[in-house]
Design a protein around this ligand. Structure first.
Ligand SMILES: [Zn+2]
Ligand SMILES: [Zn+2]
Length: 121
């Protein structure tokens, strides 16, 4: 009579292990799907934010619009090479002005806004 119990116990532990395994797998899958959903929502939010934000007004000379004056000249201080080695690599630098002639980056939207018209007398 004893061997039946042994077989039954072996069967139960095996079945229990299988059920536990399946449950764990299902939980893990659900967790992964949830993470994917969170990640997708984050990406969508970032895309919306990027679309609403005006582009940074950076000129082709890599300097900000604020560094350019009314005539378009760039006033950013830059390092100008004054000496080169035999491999044409600059060895000495001197402080100089960026020789950009005109700002070519994106123009920021005007910050001026019009007051709403009212018919108050
Ligand atoms: Zn420039
Ligand atoms: Zn510049």
């Amino acid at each position: 009579m004893n061997w039946i119990w042994v077989v039954l116990i072996l069967f139960w532990t095996g079945a229990f292990a299988w059920v536990a395994d399946t449950a764990r797998g299902a939980l893990r899958n659900r967790h992964e799907r949830k993470l994917e959903r969170i990640e997708a929502a984050k990406q969508a939010r970032l895309a919306v934010e990027a679309a609403n934000k005006p582009p940074e007004p950076i000129c082709g000379c890599a300097h900000h619009l604020a560094k350019h004056d009314k005539t378009g000249r760039c006033h950013e201080r830059v390092e100008v090479p004054t000496a080169w080695d035999e491999n044409k690599k600059p060895t000495h630098y001197e402080a100089g002005q960026c020789n950009c002639q005109q700002y070519v980056g994106p123009q920021p939207l005007s910050q001026v806004y019009a007051e709403e018209l009212t018919d108050r007398i």
